[in-house]
Design a protein around this ligand. Structure first.
Ligand code: AMP
Ligand code: MG
Length: 487
């Protein structure tokens, strides 16, 4: 298989990584290969199906690959760990896509590395399937994300609470450099390395900043803006990352490291998904403020690059970080306005739309209304009360209050220039019919793990690839879980 590697991370020097080859597995079999993504990356796919299992399990190194485990540190649940690193993943190499942008190809589950500590360096099949489904769904929902290029089974068990089949996922990102990568060098007070890393990232992911007056401040500003936009999109999708540790925050503004993540069914401001997140640090409603907390950790690592004068450096960082709240709020409101069919208009203050949206979310929170179905049904309501309103009522306990809200919404719609039909179409283009619901992912994993049946995974994946299109016979994928199905 021809992969046009152009590896630059390796040129940063030994301190940045540890060269390691994947540990071969017994009997790799391909579950899924993303031909469309492979083509976008310039990978010749003619023999792909024959070779993909070997290449994307790590059993066969493609020409030009220079596998390495990246070094990074990170704050895990607010506690700083000076050395984490790729303990079960390897950067296979970097390629330039047909779009001219540069991408990292990463294998996850390929065996022990220098950074594995007590881990086995392996991944169970379940998390591989989950990441494949959710990251590719995020991509078609237009939320910046790492992509999934391939998923394989290894033919070897991994020991978790019980023995589980093993898997390897191949992920593609604009960068696998994390906030924690900067922290790794800053914690060692190796600011030459911080500068090298910053220059590498700017050249690769933010080339437009290279000529800025202060490229490092401009870099923090750009990362801040991408994160604010990204987290706003998570909130608009009902997505909970679950483990927003600084080692799981990409400097390229992409969703990275799909662990105990989930899309909410029943709306709850304070929903938590990760069982290890006992304090609710990474609860849904905390995500925006955690974004700023993580960016502040990034800013700290860059201070010596900002200015020789420490006070001037702190001032520069603060000025950028102070912009986060407003940047987030404006991305959030614009997206929520779109979900509610509201375009910016002269006669309405943003604050009024914000109050309208927040009141809807409060109603949803009280009734634990299904997040996606609320917006799905809202997108199909006319600008006058009708029979269809009952579809929305069905999700709420207090119908009268829903009607009060609908009355206000419809008054607001009268200020819109667009027709009712155009407004509905616009809403349906941003409010998905299908999201990767946790109970459906679980069903796909159960079938694969317990019966070696991947058809459930394939069908779910196919449905999720057209999230805005109502698909015949696929109603069950829209539905919220029954109480006994909740994972
Ligand atoms: P994560 O929870 O995936 O963000 O991982 C946190 C850290 O633990 C990273 O350094 C991982 O590489 C490491 N890690 C997680 N699982 C394993 C494993 N099975 N073997 C080795 N290292 C692991
Ligand atoms: Mg991680």
């Amino acid at each position: 298989m021809q992969i046009p590697f152009e590896n630059r991370y390796v040129t940063l020097g030994e301190g940045f990584f540890d060269r390691t080859s994947p540990t071969p597995v017994k009997k790799p079999e391909l579950i899924e290969f993303n031909y469309a993504l492979a083509s976008e990356l310039g990978i010749a796919t003619d023999q792909a199906s024959a070779l993909a299992a070997d290449v994307f399990s790590g059993n066969r190194l493609p020409e030009g690959a220079e596998p390495l485990a990246m070094a990074y540190a990170g704050h895990q649940f607010a506690h700083f760990v000076p050395q984490l690193g790729d303990g079960r993943a390897l950067l296979l190499g970097e390629v330039t896509g047909l779009d001219g942008a540069r991408y990292d190809i990463h294998l996850k589950g390929t065996g022990r590395t220098f950074f594995s500590r007590n881990g086995d360096g392996r991944s169970a099949l379940g998390p591989v399937l989950r990441e494949y489904l959710v990251s590719e769904a995020m991509n078609v929902l237009k939320v910046p994300t790492t992509r999934a290029l391939a998923a394989v089974t290894t033919g070897e068990p991994v020991a978790r609470e019980r023995l589980l089949p093993g898997g390897v996922i191949t992920r593609v990102a604009s960068s696998f450099v994390r906030v924690g990568t900067f922290q790794y060098f800053a914690a060692r007070e190796d600011y030459d390395a911080v500068r090298l890393l910053a220059d590498y990232v700017i050249e690769k992911n933010y080339p437009q900043l290279a000529d800025s007056k202060n490229p490092y401040v401009a870099f923090l500003q750009a990362v801040m803006e991408r994160q604010a936009a990204l987290i706003a999109q998570w909130m608009q999708s009902g997505f909970i990352h679950g483990v927003m540790n600084t080692d799981n925050m990409s400097i390229a503004g992409e969703t990275i490291d799909y662990g105990p993540c989930a899309f909410m069914d029943a709306y709850d401001h304070d929903q938590v998904f990760s069982s290890i997140d006992r304090q609710g640090r990474y609860a849904y409603s905390n995500q925006p403020s955690i974004g700023l907390w993580n960016l502040t950790r990034l800013a700290e690592t860059l201070l010596p690059l900002f200015d020789e004068d420490p006070q001037a450096a702190v001032n520069a960082a603060q000025q950028v970080l102070q912009g986060y709240a407003e940047s987030y709020a404006s991305h959030w409101l614009a997206g929520m306005q779109a979900k509610c069919g509201l375009t910016a208009c002269r006669h309405i203050k943003n604050q009024e739309d914000k109050a309208l949206v927040e009141d809807l979310l409060d109603l949803m929170d009280e009734s634990h209304a299904d997040f996606s179905l609320t917006f799905y049904h809202l997108s199909r309501l006319a600008d006058q009360p009708s029979e269809q309103d009952k579809n929305l009522h069905a999700l709420f306990a207090d119908h009268a209050r829903v009607d009060d809200w609908l009355t206000r919404w419809r008054q607001r719609l009268r200020l819109e220039a667009q027709s009712n039909q155009a407004r509905q179409e616009a809403m349906q283009a941003v409010n998905p019919v299908y999201i990767p619901r946790n109970h459906q992912i679980e069903a796909a994993i159960r079938a694969a793990e317990d019966q070696g049946d991947f058809s459930v995974f394939h069908e779910l994946h196919a449905v999720l690839q057209n999230p805005y299109l109502q698909q015949e016979g696929k109603e069950k994928y829209m539905q919220a879980p029954e109480p006994e199905e909740v994972v």
